[in-house]
Design a binder for this molecule. Structure first.
Ligand code: AMP
Ligand code: SF4
Length: 476
């Protein structure tokens, strides 16, 4: 067993080109992506012939001020919202990164995790590179500077040296770029604002807010270049595959986003229906943990005929409990964030639907809240499988030690959270829910998603992540 604490980031990226309101729309875009990271935000834009960056710790609305938005007439911009685990947030790691060389200017924002970052950094430092950040996001720039020839060739050669999960947006003198890793682990979509104005975003929920039309997703291994109002496509890798992160559907993405042509709300709702088929239980009401479990709870209620009720109310003004650095603070955070409604849950047998269990803190607290409010039984149903393996692809789940399903089996975990019963959705059930949402009832039985945190089947080599913590690969 080994730890990878502090390694991961979950982020949101946004980019826009050829638009007179580029900065304001980037602000709106980042605001829509705020759920993907609340610790820091930043924006890079063109100011005359160089690229300027404005970034800081805090929420989008705190970091990006009105005066900044009014201070430039830039027609292109990229932006980033950042989530970092405890200890991982120095200002130097806040994105976008911007670099001004004698012959080119580049700004870059990244969502994901580069698996071979440590090896590459060592190699680059030996060649004279100096890194200003501890995160792996600026490696691409250093690789680019060591390549020769046309920018596109340098980019392809550099990307081919990276292994891992990434969605990049990049502002360069030659255009605006959107790039996805060859495994398709992290999402990136293209939208159109007008004939010659385009946006790139981690999630499509942005489009309805800024008035853009969804065009398509950037493909795994694809480099999209937007220049002079036109989109050009090329691929840096010949061998590509579809392994979009399952947790994007389970938890991260907003329900009004569609990933890989699959609406998140409908996918969650169907996962709730399948959960009901797999493990329904006699109950009076169905309660979902707000917000990310509500779609699945509606699906479960529809499938069983047990009424859905608002047994839990969320205080929207408390940050995610996950971001508290200690277990004690996290536990307090859950209490501040959620209240049980006595009048609704008192004397009732409840099916509690949650999207996932990571450390077990949230679920244990919620069961306690419901019982304190008078619930007679609380049966917990989780709309995803048990998370037993850490993520090396940019998601904060986390260490083997912290993953409670790595230590306890379902019966032990049910006892730990004090539930009257506990069941998880099967991995097939979850994948079938997504495939059926995408293709309809006759969906193809294909492998389309990353399932590593559920079954340990990682799609890339893990060399760097393992080496970083001095652990022998055989421990996997
Ligand atoms: P816990 O079991 O207390 O660690 O918290 C699990 C809850 O946190 C889930 O119900 C999700 O709503 C949420 N969650 C799941 N995965 C993550 C993650 N990687 N980062 C932040 N929150 C998460
Ligand atoms: Fe997503 Fe899990 Fe794969 Fe990480 S390991 S990319 S959280 S599905």
């Amino acid at each position: 067993m080994f730890d990878i604490k502090g390694l991961n980031e979950e982020c949101g990226v946004f980019a826009i080109t050829n638009n007179k309101d580029a900065l304001t729309l980037t602000y709106y875009g980042l605001h829509c992506l705020q759920h993907r990271g609340q610790e820091a935000a930043g924006i890079a834009f063109r100011n005359e012939d160089y690229i300027e960056v404005f970034k800081g710790k805090g929420l989008v609305a705190e970091v990006l001020t009105d005066s900044l938005m009014a201070s430039t007439s830039s027609r292109e911009a990229i932006g980033h919202v950042r989530y970092a685990t405890a200890g991982g947030l120095g200002l130097a790691n806040v994105q976008p990164f911007s670099f001004r060389f004698y012959d080119e200017s580049i700004a870059l924002a990244h969502n994901g995790h580069i698996g071979n970052a440590k090896l590459l950094k060592r190699k680059l430092e030996a060649k004279g590179s100096v890194f200003s950040a501890t995160s792996d996001s600026e490696i691409l720039i250093h690789l680019l500077r060591h390549e020769h020839g046309a920018f596109q060739d340098r980019l392809i050669n550099s990307l081919n040296q990276l292994d891992g999960a990434f969605a990049y947006v990049m502002l360069h003198d030659s255009g605006l770029y959107g790039i996805r890793d060859r495994y398709g682990l992290r999402p990136l979509s293209i939208g159109q604002l007008s004939d010659d104005s385009y946006v790139l975003t981690s999630e499509t929920c942005v489009f309805s807010v800024i008035g853009a039309k969804y065009l398509r997703d950037v493909e795994p291994g694809e480099i999209v270049r937007i220049h002079d109002g036109k989109i050009e496509s090329s691929f840096y890798a010949r061998e590509t595959s579809q392994n979009l992160c399952l947790m994007e559907y389970v938890y991260f993405s907003r329900p009004d986003s569609s990933l890989d042509g699959t609406n998140v709300h409908f996918a969650r709702k169907l996962s709730g229906r399948i959960l009901a088929q797999e493990s329904s239980v006699d109950a009076d009401i169905v309660v979902g943990v707000p917000d990310s479990s509500i779609s699945a709870a509606i699906g479960y209620a529809e499938a069983t005929g047990v009424p859905y009720e608002m047994g839990l109310i969320k205080n929207k003004y408390v940050g995610r409990t996950f971001i508290q650095p200690t277990q004690e603070l996290r536990e307090k955070g859950v209490r501040m964030k959620l209240s049980a409604v006595n009048e609704i849950v008192g004397g009732k047998r409840i099916v509690l639907i949650d999207d996932s269990i990571v450390r077990g803190t949230t679920c244990k607290r919620i069961v306690q809240l419901l019982k304190e409010a008078g619930a007679s039984e609380v049966h917990v149903r989780i709309a995803s499988p048990a998370i037993k393996y850490p993520c090396y692809y940019g998601v904060d789940i986390s260490t083997y030690e912290e993953l409670i399903s790595n230590r306890l089996d379902v019966a032990e975990l049910g006892e730990y959270i004090n539930a009257d019963s506990l069941q998880f959705l099967s991995l097939d059930g979850l994948q079938n829910a997504l495939l059926a949402t995408k293709y309809g009832a006759d969906y193809p039985k294909e492998k389309r998603y990353c399932t590593a945190c559920f079954n340990g089947e990682y799609v890339t080599s893990l060399y760097d992540s393992v080496e970083k913590f001095n652990v022998d690969k055989k421990d996997l």
